[in-house]
Design a protein around this ligand. Structure first.
Ligand code: UD1
Length: 391
């Protein structure tokens, strides 16, 4: 390793789930004097509750660059990230770009790297729902087709990538960085006072998250889903930390049994209670002590698998099959009636008996990823090329 030369790496975050994936990688990079990690925030998520609180709680600090792209249609948001990140990269060329997950910022920044001939590493590569109607699936396929280093969280991912023609030398099964963040934060999360603030007791409530366009954009569909959940909420209170995308839509519906938590009084013994988006530590705490999660999120399927909490995934597919084969996740489809049946069944069962997390979900994925990145820098002659470029 050339000790005088530092390898400058742009680590990109855009939306909330990117932060849990990039934080352990930056922390690990900071431990190596030959690496110079730079944090770039595209600004896809920008509210305090969707962005800054995560930067703080995950020790990411202030981003080195914030592109402030904000919201928009998928194409305009993606185009805006390409334009602003492209300008940044032309002015301040990194040696590598690390992107994570499947959000619009991921694919946009990967494209810039590919066009500028800068190596791109993709964290959480190879996951496939095989549903091209999901914007995230399109983002995953494109990002993986142009990335140079593909880091996977579960074994299904390498199979998917090889079927798409990705050479096996580019694929590294390094484990799940989201679980690295969870392992680091769990003790602090268990000290959170969120249960007291809401007035709930462990295992005596369920948590709901919903934000996928397929679940929330059609008012009729959202209405029938929430009616089903209000049926479940007759047996147990359902806490609903509400994503901004969903919040606007729920407010225009008329559903009995759904209430906004006032922030002062305790939530009741039944009903759906909307609460503001939770911070990372509060959300982990809520999840860890819940009787059951109902979700359409990818990250929640993984976190519940690690924690051994029953998870009902309200979707027709999952790109994370290991959470079903080795975890606590159940894919229940998108029928409201089936959701009620599955929830009543899950609530009647015992859980947390001798649960073993999937392979390499052990809190050390970032170490393995950074080892591969340093080897790449060493062995690929890339260091020499960068030296020539700089002198
Ligand atoms: C994005 C990701 C999704 C990820 C989710 C996590 C894509 C295609 N989707 O979806 O994969 O699971 O983030 O949350 O990238 N808004 C705010 N404040 C914010 C951010 C958004 O009010 O800080 C509102 C805006 O009205 C915006 C809407 O939420 O239009 C949706 O935000 P957007 O970034 O477009 O997608 P998400 O639904 O958050």
């Amino acid at each position: 390793m050339n000790t005088t030369q530092r390898f400058r790496i742009f680590n990109v975050v855009g939306a909330r789930p990117n932060m849990m994936k990039i934080a352990p990688i930056i922390a690990e990079m900071r431990r190596h004097s030959d690496l110079h990690p730079v944090l770039v925030h595209t600004g896809q998520h920008y509210d305090f509750a969707m962005s800054q609180v995560f930067l703080q709680q995950l020790d990411l600090g202030e981003p080195d660059y914030n592109l402030q792209v904000g919201s928009g249609t998928h194409h305009s948001q993606t185009a805006q990230v390409i334009r602003t990140f492209g300008e940044l990269v032309q002015n301040d060329r990194p040696d590598m770009i690390v992107v994570a997950g499947d959000v619009n910022s991921t694919v946009a920044c990967a494209l810039v790297g590919a066009k500028e001939l800068i190596p791109v590493a993709h964290i959480e590569s190879g996951l496939r729902s095989f549903d091209r109607q999901m914007p995230e699936e399109v983002n995953r396929v494109i990002t993986d087709a142009i990335a140079d280093l593909l880091f996977t969280t579960e074994q299904s991912a390498a199979r998917n990538l090889m079927q798409e023609g990705v050479p096996s030398e580019k694929i590294f099964f390094t484990g799940n960085v989201m679980i690295d963040s969870l392992v680091t934060a769990l003790a602090a999360a268990r000290r959170s006072t969120i249960l007291d603030q809401l007035g709930v007791r462990p295992q005596k409530y369920a948590v709901l998250t919903l934000h996928r366009p397929s679940n929330v954009d059609d008012p009729e569909r959202l209405q029938s889903t929430l009616r089903a959940i209000s049926e479940i909420a007759k047996d147990i209170p359902v806490i609903f930390p509400i994503h901004p995308r969903t919040a606007g839509r729920v407010s225009s519906l008329r559903i009995e049994n759904i209430r906004d938590w006032s922030g002062t009084a305790a939530i009741g013994s039944q009903g759906i209670w909307t609460v503001p988006p939770a911070s990372y530590l509060d959300f982990l705490c809520l999840m860890d002590s819940s009787a059951m999660m109902i979700t359409d999120s990818g990250g929640v399927q993984e976190e519940t698998t690690y924690l051994g909490i029953p998870c009902l995934t309200y979707r027709d597919n999952t790109e994370r099959p290991v959470t079903i084969t080795n975890g606590t996740n159940r894919l229940i489809g998108t029928s409201p009636a089936e959701l009620v049946i599955a929830a009543k069944k899950a609530l009647s069962e015992k859980h947390r008996n001798g649960h073993v997390p999937p392979p390499l979900w052990d809190g050390h994925a970032a170490e393995r990823i950074v080892r591969v990145i340093r080897n790449y820098w060493n062995s690929n002659d890339i260091g020499k090329k960068i030296d020539r470029k700089r002198h």
